[in-house]
Design a protein around this ligand. Structure first.
Ligand code: AMP
Length: 398
């Protein structure tokens, strides 16, 4: 069965068509600037040329119509008709406390996702638009919602409660939810598989270091803590998000700069992180790494601060699980930057008996252990594959 995986943002839509039986990618692409001037679609059939074209897309239904046209195109398409798409898997950012698992979408599920909109006002409404657009164009195709928060629903209450008046939890469900759950789940399971060990016997820390970044602690096959919170703003220093700060800074900036809460939230989400810390050098770690080697003081401090925060979370989660067997790196930075991995492991993880295999650490694109055979803790790079994980969940449920 072919599964169409859809990841809808407010003005973008990423898609992949995956054969669920052999787990091969059939085609992938991206619609950008939906509802804005200069909308464009890119489409790449597996093994074929990437096509890009500017086409007006007034809304997400237009975008999905174009995706379906590309997939069924006579010349460059990969399926003869929509009947060859067996199901659609949608990535949904926030499932609140309602969804601890992926689920087949019906009107009740749609209403329950809508109830979570308050918790993720930037993301969930766009995800819902994507579902509704697919329902309109493929009314008979089953659809599954796969939640970014679901994997973290096993956290104990001591990990998800904040030190706030309890009534806020009761009234508004303010608590830690965590995100990137599909990635943390995929990577931790894959690590156990590659090591040939039982998932249920391991204490694993997953460092998902991309433009968005989070760490999770997975003990005996269950997530017990994670660094993102009610929203993806908490935790590590990210591309443009601040991560953990003293909440009183918000009031301080409001007074000093005369900014509203909304303006400050925009600074914390879009102008902070390594971009802000590097004094606007870049949010891209490739630029920062280059700056580091050229001796730029801001780049050096930014990289060091980023690595230090990751190392502190690894320490915290080692304590939370009373030990750690495996530390995994994944996502754009975690998979590609040998330099950051080495900074974290060599500067801070000696107390865990971590010994990095410098040759293995240089490799790319493989599921691989990058620690030496005598390292007390195993360190691995596991390229994440959220789309495949969504396709697997969708296939399992339909
Ligand atoms: P993601 O959000 O997982 O797609 O990660 C995207 C980020 O990965 C980019 O913004 C870059 O900062 C980072 N990245 C990609 N390739 C490299 C690389 N070779 N070295 C360091 N960072 C990289």
């Amino acid at each position: 069965m072919n599964i169409l995986v859809i990841n809808c943002g407010s003005s973008s839509l990423k898609f992949q068509l995956i054969n669920a039986e052999n787990e091969k990618l059939i085609a992938k692409g991206l619609c950008e600037r939906i509802g804005i001037d200069g909308s464009k679609i890119s489409y790449t059939p597996d093994g074929g040329e990437k096509e890009e074209k500017e086409v007006p897309m007034g809304n997400h239904t237009d975008a999905i119509r174009l995706v379906l046209e590309a997939l069924t195109n006579e010349k460059t398409g990969v399926v003869k008709s929509l009947a060859e798409i067996g199901a659609v898997g949608h990535r949904i950012v926030h499932g609140g406390e309602k969804f601890a698992k992926s689920t087949v979408i019906d009107s009740e599920v749609l209403a329950a996702i809508e109830e979570c909109n308050d918790l993720a006002p930037l993301h969930n409404p766009a995800n819902l638009i994507g579902i509704n657009a697919c329902r309109e164009l493929m009314p008979d195709t089953p659809m599954v919602a796969v939640f970014d928060t679901a994997f973290h629903q096993t956290m104990p209450d001591k990990a998800y409660m904040y030190g706030l008046p309890y009534e806020y939890y009761e009234k508004y469900k303010i608590r830690r939810y965590g995100f990137h759950g599909t990635s943390h789940s995929y990577v931790s399971k894959r690590a156990a598989e590659v090591l040939g060990k039982k998932y249920e016997d391991l204490k694993i820390i997953v460092c998902h270091l991309g433009n968005g970044a989070s760490v999770s602690a997975v003990m005996n096959g269950k997530c017990v803590d994670t660094s993102m919170g009610l929203t993806p703003l908490e935790g590590l220093i990210m591309g443009t998000r601040s991560g953990d700060i003293d909440p009183a800074i918000i009031e301080f900036i409001a007074h000093k700069e005369g900014k509203s809460i909304d303006e400050i939230m925009s600074v914390l989400n879009k102008k902070s992180g390594v971009l802000g810390l590097s004094d606007n050098l870049s949010s891209d770690f490739r630029d920062l790494e280059a700056g580091y080697h050229e001796g730029s003081a801001r780049a050096i401090n930014t990289m060091e601060t980023f690595a230090y925060r990751v190392a502190k979370y690894i320490g915290a989660y080692t304590a939370a699980m009373n030990g750690v067997d495996v530390i995994c790196f994944t996502a754009g930075v975690g998979e590609n930057s040998a330099f950051i991995r080495s900074m974290i492991c060599n500067n801070y993880l000696g107390y865990l008996g971590v010994k990095l295999d410098e040759e293995a650490n240089k490799k790319r694109g493989e599921d691989i252990a990058i620690s030496t055979a005598d390292s007390s803790t195993t360190v691995m790079v596991i390229p994440t594959n959220e789309e495949l994980a969504i396709a697997r969940e969708t296939y399992r449920l339909v």
